[in-house]
Design a protein around this ligand. Structure first.
Ligand code: ADP
Length: 301
């Protein structure tokens, strides 16, 4: 089910067009990657979704209905520009965030303490915000955004600047949200994260939708039909019989280029039937980063 739907959304700032007739859906329970180079229109789209700015045309539907003000309690948003009230204590700021989303202060405070444990910062509850390091501040803000357990949450570059341990921690929180059926829209330039986390993606460029689909689908669409085969001993002649376009030996394995329309599974079946001892059989998918660069470059030429 589409939990967020953009239908022919258009926006210009004066004479500068930012979004052209943009239409796509985000499904309930998915981690959805919102991708695109700087200036592509991602922030504009997010601001329209959060009702911070209005589109010139088009429609946003939330939870299967026309977007209404009271839907906003069910949304969370971690903007790219982050700032917290530096003189207040961490727990007070988090309580305030929860109360903004309709929680009672007692509930919000309780959740704030639970979430500080979850982001491994229980000791900072009574600290003033100004005492937090940058990474700590970022985790506190993520926790403050997620503590109301929003049905849909938009996170703009949540892990930038975090060390690998904390990146993993935040990724695990997003996977936990997905397991609980919550929807996350992740705007990021970190393509490895898109490959690890996202179910589907939309890649915008110059306000237009360039690529849209599941990460696997998209990676397959942009890939050469290649398979990396690790086999003990020599790859049987059957690899030739299965008629790939090309076989190249590479660091103790074989890179097999399939003919158009031929499936990796057919090659695997033929190899196994011929008694090949295969350790690894890996259809090669184009990395998201390469797809991003290719699409954006083609758009420029
Ligand atoms: P992204 O978030 O993908 O970097 P933006 O939505 O910020 O892209 O920007 C899309 C386009 O709209 C860019 O050309 C940008 O210069 C322009 N733009 C964004 N905000 C404003 C604004 N407040 N006034 C004028 N132009 C803007």
């Amino acid at each position: 089910m589409a939990i967020v739907a953009f239908d022919r959304v258009a926006k210009s700032y004066g004479a500068t067009p930012a979004l052209h007739d943009l239409s796509f859906d985000v499904g309930a329970g998915e981690i959805f990657g919102l991708l695109g180079p700087n200036g592509a229109g991602k922030s504009t789209l997010i601001r329209i979704l959060m009702d911070i700015i209005r589109p010139n045309a088009g429609d946003v539907r939330l939870f299967g209905e026309h977007r209404r003000r009271d839907h906003l309690d069910r949304l969370g948003y971690l903007p790219e520009e982050r700032g917290l009230y530096t003189k207040l204590t961490v727990v007070d700021v988090m309580t305030y965030f929860g109360a903004l989303k309709g929680l009672t202060r007692a509930d919000a405070r309780g959740r704030a303490l639970v979430w500080l444990e979850k982001v491994e910062l229980p000791q900072v509850a009574t600290w003033k915000i100004e005492r937090l390091s940058k990474g700590m501040g970022q985790k506190v803000q993520i926790a403050a955004t997620l503590l109301s357990d929003p049905e849909v949450c938009v996170l703009d570059e949540p892990t930038t600047g975090l060390d690998p341990v904390n990146v993993r921690l935040v990724q695990d929180l997003l996977l936990e949200r997905r397991a609980a059926g919550r929807t996350t829209i992740l705007s990021t330039h970190q393509m490895n994260q898109v490959e690890t986390l996202c179910d589907r993606v939309a890649l915008l460029d110059k306000g237009r939708l360039m690529v849209y689909g599941t990460v696997d689908e998209v990676r397959r669409r942009y890939s050469q039909p290649e398979v990396l085969v690790h086999a003990r001993g020599v790859l049987p002649d059957v690899a030739q019989a299965a008629a790939p376009a090309k076989i190249v030996a590479e660091n103790g394995s074989w890179r097999v280029t399939l003919r158009d329309g031929s499936e990796p599974s057919a090659l695997l079946r033929a190899l196994v039937a011929a008694g090949a001892e295969i350790d690894r059989f890996e259809p090669m998918l184009a990395p998201m980063e390469e797809i991003f660069l290719r699409v954006v470059k083609e758009g420029r030429s």
